[in-house]
Design a binder for this molecule. Structure first.
Ligand SMILES: [Mg+2]
Length: 268
């Protein structure tokens, strides 16, 4: 992968563009450089707990204008995947936060949640749910057992918070999977669906597309499996020391997006 011919950049959020509510230094200039270089970009986040609108507002608050078609979360990609690949799916039982249910409802699906068992659903979608209960696990298990398509948003078992690690989607998915005795189809990184949906949107190929991320085992691994470029920044989870033990090796490593912006500018 050659950074000078880059046409489409897929960008992870947390640890790359921001830490929680704080933008990383040089964020506005980074997007200016992408604009000047005519590089298409999309946000690719495994986090399904925010709507497209709230990601647009978050970026807007940092001075970056993004359209709804530039936001790819594991929630929006789930909606896209179920609509595109399986027209028979109309009803979904969801274990997840309100943003995920909203996203699927807006996409035209009939969404069920809670502890009451629906008569029938076509699919079960499982993600992080801060109000997870035994009753919800039981409904998901039974619906999957009855033949529903089983989708999981993202495999991240934990996520960092200022107070320390917290259980993520992957922990809840593991409980459902164990009970149901069937593996889900994962939408998020490092699985291919999210990258493929984004590339299809931009009409780009792995040759001229790169993923920019902070996690070797998700962002970078998934990109390399698909044969696209991979750029690691060191402002998040993975460090230079982690590279030696990693199967997935990025094509480029930068300290932060400000350093990547310098490189893209001088390559122009
Ligand atoms: Mg990240």
């Amino acid at each position: 992968m050659d950074i000078t011919t880059l046409q489409t950049l897929l960008i992870d959020g947390d640890g790359v563009l921001w830490h929680g509510s704080q933008p990383v230094p040089g964020l506005a200039r980074f997007f200016d450089v992408l604009h000047k270089r005519n590089i298409n970009w999309g946000l690719l986040t495994n986090n399904a707990t925010h709507t497209t609108q709230s990601y647009m507002e978050k970026l807007g608050g940092f001075g970056v204008t993004a359209g709804p078609d530039q936001i790819f979360s594991s929630g929006t990609v789930t909606a896209h995947y179920l609509r595109k690949n399986n027209h028979a799916i109309q009803s979904i039982y969801v274990i997840g936060q309100s943003a995920l249910k909203e996203t699927l409802t807006e996409a035209g699906f009939t969404v069920y949640d809670g502890e009451e068992e629906p008569q029938h659903v076509d699919a079960v979608v499982v993600s992080i749910d801060r109000a997870i209960t035994y009753g919800k696990l039981r409904v998901a298990m039974r619906m999957i057992g009855a033949g529903a398509t089983y989708i999981a948003t993202n495999p991240d078992t934990t996520f960092p918070t200022p107070e320390g690690l917290s259980p993520g989607s992957g922990s809840i998915i593991a409980a459902v999977t164990a009970a149901a005795g069937r593996d889900p189809i994962f939408m998020g990184k490092p699985e291919p669906t999210m990258y493929q949906v984004a590339m299809q949107h931009f009409g780009s190929d792995p040759d001229n597309t790169a993923m920019l991320g902070d996690r070797l085992n998700t962002d970078i691994l998934g990109a390399k499996r698909l044969g696209m470029g991979a750029i690691l920044v060191l402002t998040g989870i993975s460090s230079r020391e982690d590279l030696a033990a990693s199967d997935a090796q990025p094509d480029y490593i930068f300290d932060d997006i400000a350093a990547l912006a310098d490189e893209l500018e001088s390559a122009a």
